[in-house]
Ligand binder design. Structure first.
Ligand code: NAD
Length: 424
């Protein structure tokens, strides 16, 4: 079979290659046949659009937009839309495939997709961003739909952009269809619990892993890279459960306090400080990337891709890595981390709390009903814990890392479903 030898990584920082290298190993272990391997290795659909937008100064700028549907085997595809100057097709393809595996790991009936627009929202006015979001929605009118492809926020987008998307889509259909997108503001059918859902899932995964490693949360320490949506909620919820969070970081640098950081105070500081930790005085400022090498029990990378790579993996001293971000560990670093005996709760498992509650949002929209926050949390905690236990059991069964086990669970599910559905 053509896929037995793992493809050598040409570029450690190419997220699509990183995804494929894990996919490859798990497929090999599963003994996936060539037919299914070939179906799953390529995205089902890739759409590239050019969006001419009138800027506030009257000039017209053309933005590149992407939507990649990796798979719709398990159901309508699901995945966020990223606004970032670095967006490119390879990145969107990798993120779309990760969504397929993530939905399969937590057993929700969605395929995987991702979208992105190459732009810098920090340098654009609200009006410019609104026109861009509406133009993208219109360009994707044949793609998006509550039973076809359901977008959500990602880096650089949030509830505001999702409201514009939902409104633009609804206008073209002549009726309000709020289930076309998740991550909406609460008044437009957003779900309680969505904002903190990813960080909450990271906390559930961390506690489940700590139990396996016999680490007592009340005697443990943790460092969190990235103090945005995922990182700050993960830090807060872990601290509430007794974990001493000794360091957090964002683009402004890292902040270390061996006695533990008061996370609620740090979030309040960030919220009143233009969203950045710059100038935070409750901790000592250290070099940004040093946060990854601190001697802590738990490390939560919750910022961006490839931060743990072949350059620094050897220096990681945590006993457990819980991946809040997508793809924070490069494929090359996997081997080094495994050899050091560090347990990893991988991204497609640990950060799946967000898509789980997005699924609940879609379910509520379709029911025309609103769940309490308590119900949302209880159900998502159960899904996250069950998924963790399933991946852990698989890792024992096949004697593989938690990451490869998560891919095995996901690929097996999608492959079995494909076999039942069949192809041409
Ligand atoms: P965000 O924009 O709210 O926060 C990102 C944080 O990371 C910010 O504090 C930023 O300053 C910091 N950061 C960026 N690059 C950094 C670097 N090199 N070093 C240190 N800090 C850095 O984004 P988010 O929604 O919290 O997402 C973070 C990660 O989690 C991304 O990889 C995203 O794809 C992933 N993720 C998010 C969700 C979600 O529901 N928001 C769900 C699943 C996965």
């Amino acid at each position: 079979m053509g896929y037995i030898e793992p493809a050598p990584l040409k570029d450690e920082k190419n997220p699509f290659e990183a995804m494929m290298s894990r996919f490859h190993i798990a497929s090999q272990i599963l003994g996936l046949d060539d037919e299914v391997y070939n179906v799953l290795k390529s995205p089902a659909k890739q759409v590239i659009v050019s969006l001419p937008i009138t800027m506030d100064d009257g000039s017209i700028r053309v933005f590149d937009g992407y939507r990649v549907i990796h798979s719709n085997i398990l159901g309508p595809s699901k995945g966020g839309i990223r606004f970032d100057p670095g967006v490119n097709l390879d990145e969107v393809k990798a993120l779309a495939a990760w969504m397929t595996w993530k939905c399969a790991v937590v057993d929700i009936p969605y395929g995987g997709a991702k979208g992105g627009i190459q732009c810098n929202p920090r340098e654009m006015s609200s009006g410019e961003i609104e026109r861009l979001m509406r133009a993208f929605t219109l360009a994707m009118i044949e793609i998006f739909g509550p039973d076809r492809d359901i977008p959500a926020p990602d880096m650089g987008t949030g509830p505001r952009e999702m409201a514009w998307l939902m409104d633009e889509f609804s206008r073209t259909q002549g009726m309000t269809i709020n289930s076309v997108v998740t991550g909406k503001p609460l008044v437009l059918g957003g779900s309680l619990g969505r904002t903190e859902a990813t960080g909450r899932g990271v906390m559930v995964s961390a506690l489940a892993a700590m139990e396996k490693l016999r680490i007592n949360p009340y005697k443990s320490t943790c460092a969190v890279q990235g103090f945005g949506n995922v990182g700050s909620f993960a830090a807060l919820l872990l601290a509430e459960r007794g974990v001493k969070v000794v360091a957090v970081s964002d683009l402004s640098g890292a902040y270390f306090n061996e006695n533990g950081i008061d996370i609620q105070a740090a979030i309040d500081f960030r919220n009143g400080n233009n969203g950045t930790m710059d100038g935070y005085s409750g901790a000592e400022k250290i070099e940004g990337n040093d946060i990854l090498e601190l001697e802590v029990d738990v490390l939560v990378p919750a910022a961006t891709e490839d931060v743990i790579n072949s350059q620094n993996a050897e220096k990681i001293r945590a006993k457990l890595i819980v991946e809040g971000a997508n793809g924070p560990t490069s494929a090359k670093a996997d081997t080094i981390i495994n050899d050091k005996g560090i347990m990893v709760a991988p991204d497609i498992l640990a950060n799946a709390g967000g898509v789980t509650v997005s699924y609940f949002e879609w379910v509520q929209n379709r029911l025309g009903y609103k769940w309490t926050g308590e119900r949302v949390n209880r159900r998502s905690d159960r899904i996250m814990k069950d998924a963790f236990d399933n991946v852990y059991k698989t890792s024992q069964e096949y004697d593989v890392s938690m990451r490869i086990a998560a891919y095995i669970v996901a690929i097996d599910k999608v492959a079995k479903t494909y076999k039942f559905r069949g192809g041409y």
